[in-house]
Design a protein around this ligand. Structure first.
Ligand SMILES: NC(=O)C1=CN([C@@H]2O[C@H](COP(=O)(O)OP(=O)(O)OC[C@H]3O[C@@H](n4cnc5c(N)ncnc54)[C@H](OP(=O)(O)O)[C@@H]3O)[C@@H](O)[C@H]2O)[C@@H](O)CC1
Ligand SMILES: [K+]
Length: 496
């Protein structure tokens, strides 16, 4: 059995272990407001807290300067009216440009009613001379594209932007832009971040993200039973070798590979070994492949000549099927046999090609690791959905196949068949290099082999992969594999 670091509440270093970073969907946010109201915490109080947090963020980051607050017709605008008043009370020159007024008797209307300062027409000229613009037009739950008039004003801004909740136009659920959204210097997220703050292109538009607590009563967030998180060490624990362990207790990863791209198999094997697999076998699926695989193997890899089928079954076995694998009949048979035997299985690259347009063939896999193109080829229409709502597409694919889906990209989404989703954000751009995905599938195999359940294995692997990648020029996939021990060390030092 793997040994996990023991949680010791008396150990002060444990204090650095973060709480799971829930990402709230607009609907959950609405339920939260309702629950708060039922618990006696009024929207007025929450809005006051939100406006105060925005004003404080401005004062912390900038010296007093002419501020224009763009206030929309809803509660996002309400936060803006509150922030305007507090900044003015602090001596800042503030003007408000309102895009429509909140409905009469609403909490936002009350906030607007307390504004006694300068008002300017909502126009591109209004923002021309601002030293800071507070964007309080629309929040994360925007229901349709940004109106053209709002777009024209946002496009005219030359000053830094402090966005309330989200840069207006950004869809908080998906990270997509509805028509247009400006690029903020700072975004103040309320109580919890949203998926759209972490998914691309949203993440790139938010600037520095500040998540501020508004004072919701304890227990309300937990009661929402949120199913989406920012990927990080709060969601899983990495296996670390204990003194009593030997190689056979750390999983046996078999990478099935063909002759055309032996380097891919080698990288998957390196990822698996560096991530702690006790034993790695690279099994050739075609005649002659073993010869080539030997040529690229590292000293610790075991090379098996065909038939790879002979390795199917057995305790602790995990297959990585795909990197460097030729998607021929033989590979198809192997996939079916592995499934039948009930071995744990990571499917990538050539393995996914075998399932193009036939996602049902993946039923029985533990983890699949498609990039956007492979995802579209396997899941057809879900590929289009992935363009606009990556978490939802991955979630549906997971439910269809019963496998954990790792939908790769700079904002890799990990989705489980039970609806859990982790959105990753630690991947440096250097990971966009040939072979980097092969290393990831190997790490996934190693995590499964060491006893993590598939969702945790996949999320931990994706994080480790990101943490292992060096930054700067000249990085190749081999460097990512070589960086895995350093990523483990970073995790152990900070979170174990
Ligand atoms: N829970 C929290 O964390 C707290 C959240 N708080 C704040 O509440 C904000 C969410 O408030 P919200 O629901 O009122 O949404 P928001 O975006 O301000 O306005 C919606 C209005 O805009 C309108 N509208 C929409 N699209 C449009 C378009 N294209 N063109 C024109 N109009 C459009 C829409 O019209 P409708 O679609 O109904 O016709 C509706 O009238 C959130 O961002 C945060 O800042 C805090 O105050 C307290 C605690
Ligand atoms: K906004």
């Amino acid at each position: 059995m793997p040994v996990f670091p023991r949680r010791d509440d008396k150990n002060p270093r444990q204090a650095t272990r973060p709480a799971p970073a829930e990402l709230l969907l607009p609907d959950e946010s609405r339920r939260l407001d309702q629950a708060a109201a039922e618990a006696g915490v009024s929207l007025e109080r929450l809005m006051a807290a939100a406006g105060r947090a925005v004003a404080r963020a401005a004062m912390r980051r900038w010296r007093p300067r002419p501020v224009v607050v763009l206030a929309g017709p809803g509660n996002n605008g309400g936060d803006g009216w509150v922030a305007a008043r507090l900044l003015e009370e602090a001596g800042w020159p503030v003007a408000v440009a309102a895009f429509g007024m909140p409905p009469e008797n609403s909490v936002a209307a009350e906030a607007a009613g307390r504004w006694r300062g300068v008002r300017v027409p909502f126009s591109p000229e209004a923002v021309g001379r601002a030293g800071l613009v507070i964007d309080a037009l629309f929040g994360a739950g925007l229901s349709r594209d940004l109106p053209a008039e709002a777009e024209a004003v946002l496009r005219a801004i030359r000053a830094p932007i402090l966005a309330v909740d989200v840069p207006s136009g950004l869809d908080g659920a998906t990270g997509q832009v509805r028509g247009f959204a400006p690029e903020a210097a700072v975004t103040v997220a309320l109580e919890r971040a949203r998926p759209g703050h972490v998914l691309l292109p949203g993440r790139d538009l938010c600037g520095a993200l500040e998540v501020v607590e508004l004072g919701f009563p304890p227990g309300l967030i937990e009661a929402l039973r949120v199913r989406c998180w920012r990927n990080g060490p709060a969601l899983w624990r990495l296996p670390v070798p204990g003194a009593a362990m030997h190689k056979h207790s750390r999983g046996h990863v078999v990478v099935a590979a063909g002759a055309t791209m032996p380097g891919a198999a080698r990288l998957a094997a390196a990822g698996a070994r560096r991530a702690g697999a006790g034993l790695v076998t690279v099994a050739a699926t075609t005649q002659g492949a073993a010869f080539l695989l030997r040529g690229v193997a590292e000293a610790g890899d075991i090379i098996a000549d065909p038939p790879a089928e002979a390795l199917v079954g057995g305790k602790g076995k995990v297959w990585v099927l795909g990197p460097g694998m030729v998607p021929d009949d033989r590979a198809r048979d192997l996939l079916a046999k592995v499934m039948e035997a009930g071995d744990r299985l990571v499917v990538d690259a050539g393995g996914l090609t075998l399932c193009a347009g036939a996602p049902e063939r993946l039923r029985g896999a533990s983890i699949i690791t498609p990039h956007g193109g492979e995802f579209g080829r396997v899941f057809g229409p879900l590929g289009d959905l992935a363009q606009t709502d990556k978490p939802e597409a991955a979630r549906q694919a997971a439910s269809l196949t019963g496998a954990v889906v790792v939908l790769k990209g700079s904002d890799t989404v990990v989705a489980a068949p039970d609806g859990r989703v982790a959105i990753n954000s630690n991947a440096p751009p250097t990971l966009a290099t040939a072979g980097s995905g092969d290393v990831l599938s190997g790490i996934c195999g190693a995590m499964l082999g060491q006893g993590l359940e598939p969702f945790e294995a996949a999320a931990a692997a994706v994080w480790l992969h990101g943490a292992a990648a060096p930054t700067g020029a000249g990085v190749v996939a081999e460097d990512v594999a070589a960086g895995i021990p350093r990523a483990f060390a970073q995790w152990t030092e900070t979170y174990a």
